[in-house]
Write a protein that binds this ligand. Structure first.
Ligand code: SME
Length: 161
C-alpha cells in the first residue's frame, strides 16, 4: 500500500499526531512484514512530526538493543542495557522523555545534533521487546501529548509482532 504525506504544514500538533496514527494504522492493517511495517512507520513519524532529526526502532536481541528500521543519520547499531535513554526505557518498562540530553547522565550521543529525546518501550506479553526512539535538534521538544500518542501507536504496532 502506497502512502502520501500531505497538508501537514497547516496542522497543529494534535492533528499531526492523529495523522501519524491514521497513516500508521493504514500500514498496520495492510502489511504483515515487520521490516516493511516498522520502516514505513518510522518514515511516517519523521515525515509528519516537525523538529525530529531521528526516528526509529531498536529491538532486544541477545541482551542488547540492536538497531532496526529508522529515518535519520546512521546511528549506533548496538546499545547496552546499562547506559543511555533507550536502555532506561527498556529497564524501567516505561517511556522516558528527556528535555536536555546533555543533562541526562550516560546519554548515548549517536548524533551530536540531538538535544532532546523521547523513548517508548515496545512491550509484548509483559516483556520489553524493543523501543521506539525519537530525537530532536531542539531542547524540550516532546510533550505529554506526544508521549501519549506514541504509546498508543506502539501498543497497536506490537500486536503485529
Ligand atoms: N540517544 C540514545 C541512543 C540512540 S540514538 O539517539 C539513535 C540513548 O541514549 O539511548
Amino acid at each position: 500500500m502506497t502512502i502520501k504525506i500531505q497538508g501537514v504544514e497547516n496542522m497543529n500538533n494534535q492533528q499531526k499526531l492523529k495523522y501519524v496514527l491514521q497513516l500508521s494504522k493504514g500500514q498496520i492493517e495492510t502489511e504483515d512484514d515487520p521490516i516493511a511495517l516498522f520502516s514505513n512507520v518510522s518514515a511516517i513519524i519523521k515525515g509528519v512530526l516537525p523538529d525530529l532529526n531521528w526516528a526509529g526502532f531498536y529491538f532486544v536481541k541477545g541482551g542488547e538493543l540492536v538497531l532496526g528500521p529508522f529515518q535519520g543519520l546512521p546511528a549506533c547499531t548496538r546499545l547496552q542495557g546499562d547506559k543511555g535513554v533507550c536502555a532506561k526505557a527498556w529497564r524501567d518498562k516505561k517511556p522516558v522523555r528527556v528535555d536536555d540530553v546533555d543533562a541526562f547522565p550516560g546519554h548515548v550521543a549517536c548524533d551530536s545534533a540531538s538535544k532532546s529525546e523521547l523513548v517508548v518501550p515496545l512491550v509484548k506479553d509483559g516483556e520489553v521487546i524493543g523501543v521506539l526512539d525519537l530525537d530532536s535538534p531542539i531542547l524540550n521538544r516532546f510533550s505529554e501529548e506526544d508521549e501519549r500518542c506514541l504509546v498508543e501507536l506502539v501498543d497497536i504496532l506490537v500486536e503485529k509482532l
